[in-house]
Design a protein around this ligand. Structure first.
Ligand code: FAD
Length: 461
């Protein structure tokens, strides 16, 4: 069977590009290896409880009525009415380091005031940095990489403030160890600090179901449990898409959200093994604790706490299974209009070493999960009121889970550090969308899917 486009992966980017193409009457097939769509941001049910795989928050929140920001623009491109998502703003978040705390919410004035009070010597330089960030074109696909740490040094002199700003932006969207591409820093700064955080009232399911419904309404075909085993190539083009079932399909264009290295490894003429430097090294564990009370009743009002408990903030793959010195604590209850959640929930994310988790046998893996859960919560408890005795159920996922459900080598949530901003590969009709194109997070992935569909199929075709 021949299609105008085949899209590999029904995560946020694959679904968004599929909608764009199907809306403009392209014959599109979206293939997903797993039974459930959603990729890194899917959902599951365990012991009668409904969980989102990873959702903490949707970035890029702007109030209803604002039209010229990434979120409303992408919803317009997808022809999705914002009210379908029922977005609820955060109550307020914080960055907590041993020496200082910075609060922020969906009004940037709070962070500005916190920086001015906590770092009075840096206030003017911070304002200059923010003015330049506002003017920066972070959507350009051709800006060369620049070190954020070096750029920040041209504005700020206090390493503590630099670390505090980097901590949330790295945790929510950086594939590099220790440093960050400045364009990516700007994107994350705008989407978290200048815009803001929200959560759909009914979690990630509502986003995914809205996307799938729209895709099908536009005439697209979604096949789940349909993995791509190999891309047949003639050195210049993909000539066939071979599925795990043995079936072979053809298409004018192939958009892959499986990751850069992972996609190139599917090609019949790809060298083995993949280049080490292109495999992402950043992976995470996440604990989910369900409580018999709400976080607010325990005195915890923050939506998200980005914490660091070490002299300097270290963002790199740990030697050990998990590095609990820094992390992210998220309370889904602490968004507006979230009284309906049946239990209190606390999620804690930590940096983890994918290879160490993968080398464990099943028994050692189960024991390591219990120990990492305990260590993670011990550390998190330094930053929030004691909640552990109120836990009625818990779950814990590791880089091994991420690897299994996404296929990302290295369990790399943010993919390869080598991004292909224009989505092109050495094969003329194969394009990368999603994480490894360089727009990260849920909103970023959808923007990526839309822009790659526009650029490589709708404009070219
Ligand atoms: C724990 C966790 C928490 C997160 N929390 C947030 C958050 O709160 N807010 C936020 O904005 N972002 C968050 N993210 C990041 C966000 O989920 C991702 O950036 C985004 O979903 C990536 O979407 P994607 O479409 O690029 O890729 P993916 O979601 O990785 O989708 C790729 C899809 O391709 C499929 N696939 C791979 N290989 C094949 C193949 N050979 N054949 C067929 N299908 C294949 C995979 O199964 C997968 O479904 C989180 C991520 C994690 C892991």
């Amino acid at each position: 069977m021949h299609y105008d486009a085949i899209i590999i992966g029904a995560g946020m980017s694959g679904l968004a590009s599929g909608i764009r193409l199907a809306y403009f009457d392209r014959q599109v097939l979206l293939v997903e290896r797993h039974e459930v769509y959603g990729g890194l941001n899917s959902f599951y049910t365990l012991a009668g409880r409904r969980f989102d795989v990873g959702l903490h928050a949707l970035t890029n929140y702007v109030p209803p009525g604002v039209k010229s920001a990434p979120l409303p623009k992408l919803l317009r491109q997808l022809r999705i009415d914002r009210s379908a998502l029922h977005l609820c703003g955060q109550l307020g978040s914080e960055i907590r380091f041993p020496q200082k705390r910075l609060r922020f919410d969906n009004d940037f004035a709070l962070l500005r005031q916190e920086v001015a009070e906590g770092f009075p010597q840096q206030a003017d330089s911070f304002d200059r940095l923010v003015a330049d960030i506002r003017a920066y074109d972070d959507l350009s696909l051709s800006t060369p990489r620049r070190s954020t740490r070096q750029v920040l040094c041209t504005y700020l002199t206090d390493p503590l403030l630099m670390d505090m700003l980097l901590c949330p932006l790295m945790y929510y969207g950086n594939a590099e160890e220790d440093d960050m591409d400045f364009t990516q820093f700007v994107t994350m700064f705008k989407s978290i600090f200048l815009e803001g955080l929200s959560r759909p009232r009914d979690g990630v399911r509502v986003i995914l179901k809205t996307l799938v419904k729209k895709f099908r309404q536009c005439g697209g075909t979604l096949r789940t449990r349909c993995g791509v085993e190999r891309l047949e190539t003639d050195r210049h083009r993909v000539t066939g898409v071979r599925l795990e079932s043995g079936e072979t399909l053809t298409a004018d264009a192939i958009l892959s959200s499986a990751g850069l290295v992972e996609t190139m490894q599917l090609c019949s003429d790809s060298p083995e093994p993949p280049p080490e430097a292109e495999i992402g090294r950043l992976s995470f564990t996440e604990s989910i604790s369900c409580l018999d009370t709400t976080p607010a009743a325990l005195g915890l009002d923050s939506t998200i706490i980005f914490f660091n408990d070490a002299p300097r903030f270290v963002y790199r793959r740990p030697e050990d299974l998990v590095d609990t010195r820094s992390g992210v604590i998220c309370c889904p209850n602490n968004f507006e209009e979230h009284d309906h959640l049946p239990e209190g929930i606390l999620r804690v994310t930590s940096l983890a070493n994918h290879d160490r988790w993968l080398e464990l046998n099943d028994e050692a893996y189960a024991a390591a999960k219990r120990e990492a859960y305990r260590a993670t919560l011990d550390r998190a408890s330094k930053f929030v009121p004691e909640f552990r005795p109120r836990t009625v159920f818990s779950d814990f996922f590791t880089p091994r889970t991420i690897r299994r459900f996404t296929g990302h080598l290295g369990g790399a949530v943010y993919g390869s550090p080598a991004k292909v901003r224009d989505g092109r590969t050495r094969l003329k009709n194969l394009f990368i969308c999603g994480t490894d194109q360089g727009f990260l997070g849920i909103v970023g992935a959808m923007l990526s899917g839309i822009s790659m569909a526009n650029l490589h199929v709708l404009q070219d075709g």
